[in-house]
Design a protein around this ligand. Sequence first.
Ligand code: TMP
Ligand code: MG
Length: 349
Amino acid sequence: MHTHTHASTMGPIQEAHAAAVRRSGEERCLHKSSLAVVDLGVSSTLILQLKQRPVIRITCKMIPALGNTSVRMRDPQRVEETLRCMQKAGLNTLQVISDFDMTLTRFARNGKRCPTSHNILEISKMISSECKEKLKDLLDKYYPIEIDSSKTIEEKLPLMVEWWTRAHALIMQQKIRKDQLTLAVQESDAMLREGYQEFFDCLNQHSVPLLIFSAGLGDVLEEVVRQAGVFHPNVKVISNFMDFDETGVMTSFKGELIHIYNKREGALLNTGHFEELRSRPNVLLLGDSLGDLTMADGVQEVEKVLKIGFLNDKVDERLPSYLNSYDIVLLKDETMEVPNAILDFLVAD
Ligand code: TMP
Ligand code: MG
């Protein structure tokens, strides 16, 4: 049995993945043991005998973007099955839950880092130079811990709480004015990922709810989304929102602090939102941190969850843990091409 003669009967995701693997010269990773079971999604299961270096001349017809070199999947077959189930169930059973910073926004542009919602405030005129320095020191101390793959989440958690608590205490002293946030965002280099318009518009057009679930600053991120012209009625934000006094000056943060590792608790505090979406048990989840994986924990009677993870930094070290926890991992991919292609697939009936 020759793999190439049967390749065209592989599912679209497997085709794309095989194409990507082939392109990136990783064929040897494809089961050197030479036996792979590929579910054809039809009546039978075909056992493909893969030789040492399989020649799989195929192209993905249905989701070409999954063949991009930035795409990695631990289990392409599971991705395919999940997507087929989601497509069959229809868009009225779908909800999208996405992190904001470094997931909906770009990580870098022309080699220069793009700001998070905290950074937008940090570099704005609203913050004193002394406070800027202190926030920068915190970033320099804690960001390397955030992305340190040698530490467990349990080890990082108290340090992340420390980072958020210290940063928010500094921000609260700055007498930030609500009406200055618009200018701060306008003057920043904040950028949503390329293809964001299509992503937001497609979800809105098909009335699919988009929950932006962020440990960043809610007021700032909402302004970014508003200025990009995509704050559609289907968008809801759970984040850290500022409390202002009657003169419009910030006094504190509202409610419970959301940091990078308590999104599960944050989700469980918002049962009302998830209750409203009870008829939507299928979830497309987008994140860039391992803490984002629990964002769907509040979803009621959940059926299928497809997790897409942007791996932006320290890619080699962190790839194994991302592959273990995200269904699709996007390596240094600054675009929404893959989520958009998945939406296109789900929209097509
Ligand atoms: P996210 O949940 O929308 O991704 O927001 C969390 C990000 O915010 C996380 O990657 C670290 C970043 N951050 C800063 O850039 N500066 C800060 O002061 C704090 C507390 C977090
Ligand atoms: Mg993030």
